[in-house]
Write a protein that binds this ligand. Structure first.
Ligand code: NAD
Length: 504
């Protein structure tokens, strides 16, 4: 039997479970439907088949979840860090135990290839372990003595928080937000993306099974404009951690204004990979291909713009064409597949609309440029050549397996092109000139830069973007800065003279 058939056979009973009972909310430790009984259908981008009916929540469901999170907060915040650490490690253990189930469901629900999703599920467990180990130090602070006072500073959890996640690698991304929030002592209401509800439900079940007290993690499914909006407006929710599109981030900022929400945004990107002629071109080619065509190009840190030095452009592009033509598009559960179907027909329409944009803008479509097949959301890995920096294909986030190539004559021009977009999430630089690497990295407008490397994430480092790519940072103590408040307690150390009023 082929590996694909084995995966399909293993997935079938897992899907039956979801389709039989539907994907419901988890509020205060109870699985429940929406108060008004509404649902929406979720389908697989592999073959458009129905997967399950999903709870369509409204403001009253969000209210119930926010109240459950508020009730659970004092006890969770006061729990000893060692106990919290143990519980979060238990969550990680259960994720590992169910990693195959998570990976199979994620592939079917999102179209992502198994070769990447099997690792993403385990990465979710690592996120929990990393923040579990950080929990005991989360409240640490310092003492700042003066002649009259001892100031004791420390952190306290901010309260119940809302986590709103997108559909790209949804399981891994959710753990990245939820694990630090729980480790900090916050309780959580999670609103996952409507296109990818399966693994959010699995995560909620796992946390419940691991022994998280009721109300510590609540799951509320629904639409962005309905359930998502209500979460951002709820007065009991103190902060919103959001991952998604830049324009949704702006909307959330407006929605949260009346209740003065703290926000953390991880938004879109149009990240450059800049290749100079002195670089190790074999490795640069591998990285450029990997960073745009892995994860179906539905990746915030994808290198969707390739800037290549003019002197090497012809040869580098020829090798690129060859590689892109050989990318294996196929069923996401086939371990050989490199690019699976896009998340949803509406996203397929968005991505393919850029093929027409490219044609109108006079860009050369060297590879791809079409939908593949009639069923499912498959698209050809696509390569645009000879683009100009101000063209839409060089400015806008396409969020699919589509690479736009531009060329430059010198370092100044490369920098101008690299920075000439509204976004500033990540940048990739290929050169063997150390001083140029430092100079260029310093001037590139991006929150994260990799030199002579693809994106390799180290959890203690800050993750996030500048400009329209985000506000705030994830990772290590940066995550705690968001989920916690700094508090200062000043204690008089003697009988200093207090200025007296009302003494006549
Ligand atoms: P999206 O903004 O459409 O939706 C994200 C989430 O927000 C969903 O859960 C959605 O239901 C919810 N939402 C929508 N409108 C809302 C509203 N008015 N109020 C509250 N919630 C609302 O994004 P998407 O299409 O799901 O995801 C793709 C985007 O995410 C891309 O732009 C990508 O670059 C970005 N992203 C960024 C990062 C990062 O780290 N910077 C990581 C992953 C994805």
């Amino acid at each position: 039997m082929s590996d694909l058939q084995t995966h399909i056979d293993r997935l079938k009973p897992l899907l039956e479970k979801h389709s039989n009972r539907g994907i419901q909310n988890l509020i205060g430790g109870e699985t429940m439907a929406a108060r008004l009984g509404k649902t929406f259908a979720t389908a697989s981008p592999v073959d458009d088949s129905h997967i399950a009916d999903v709870t369509r929540s409204d403001a009253s469901d969000i209210d119930a979840a926010a109240k459950a999170a508020k009730r659970a907060f004092p006890e969770w915040a006061a729990m000893g860090a060692a106990a919290r650490k143990k519980l979060l490690h238990r969550v990680a253990d259960l994720i590992v135990e169910r990693a195959e189930e998570i990976a199979l469901c994620e592939c079917w629900d999102t179209g992502q290839a198994y070769r990447f999703m099997s690792k993403a599920a385990l990465r979710g467990a690592e996120n929990f372990r990393f923040f579990a180990d950080m929990a005991p130090a989360a409240r640490d602070g310092q003492s700042l003595p003066t002649a009259s006072h001892m100031n004791i500073t420390g952190r306290v959890p901010i309260g119940p928080v809302g986590v709103i996640t997108p559909w790209n690698t949804p399981f891994m991304l959710s753990t990245w937000k939820i694990a630090p929030a729980l480790a900090a002592g916050c309780t959580v209401v999670h609103k996952p993306a409507e296109f990818s509800p399966l693994t959010a439900r699995l995560l909620a079940e796992i946390c419940h099974e691991a022994g998280l007290p009721p109300g510590v993690l609540n799951l509320v499914n629904g639409m962005g404009e309905e359930a998502g909006r209500a979460l951002t407006e709820h007065p009991d929710i103190k902060a919103i951690a959001f991952v998604g599109e830049s324009k949704t981030g702006s909307a959330i900022m407006r929605q949260g204004a009346d209740t003065l929400k703290r926000v953390h945004f991880e938004l879109g990107g149009k990240n450059p990979v800049v290749v100079f002629e002195d670089a190790d071109l074999d490795r640069a080619l591998d990285a450029a291909v990997f960073m745009i065509y892995s994860l179906n190009g539905e990746r915030c840190t994808s290198s969707s713009r390739l800037l290549v030095e003019h002197s090497i452009a012809t040869e580098f592009q020829a090798r690129l064409i060859d590689r892109v033509k050989k990318i294996k598009v196929g069923h996401p559960l086939d371990p050989k597949t490199e690019v699976g179907p896009l998340i949803h027909p509406s996203h397929l329409e968005k991505v393919t609309s850029y093929f027409d944009v490219a044609r109108k803008e006079g860009v050369k479509i060297a590879v791809g440029g079409a939908r593949r097949g009639e069923t499912g959301c498959y698209v050809e890995p696509t390569l645009f050549l000879d683009a100009k920096p101000d063209m839409r294909v060089a400015q806008e986030e396409i969020f699919g397996p589509v690479l736009t190539v531009l060329s430059f004559d010198d370092e100044d021009e490369a920098l101008r092109i690299a920075n000439n977009v509204p976004y500033g999430l990540a940048g990739y630089l290929w050169t063997n000139d150390l001083t140029r690497a430092l100079r260029f990295s310093d001037a590139m407008e991006a929150g994260m830069i990799w030199v002579n490397s693809e994106n390799v994430r180290h959890l203690p480092t800050p993750f996030g973007g500048v400009k329209a790519s985000g506000i705030g940072r994830d990772g290590g103590h940066w995550s705690f800065d968001f989920y916690m408040e700094q508090k200062n307690i000043a204690i008089a150390t003697g009988r200093h003279k207090i200025t007296q009023l009302g003494m006549g």
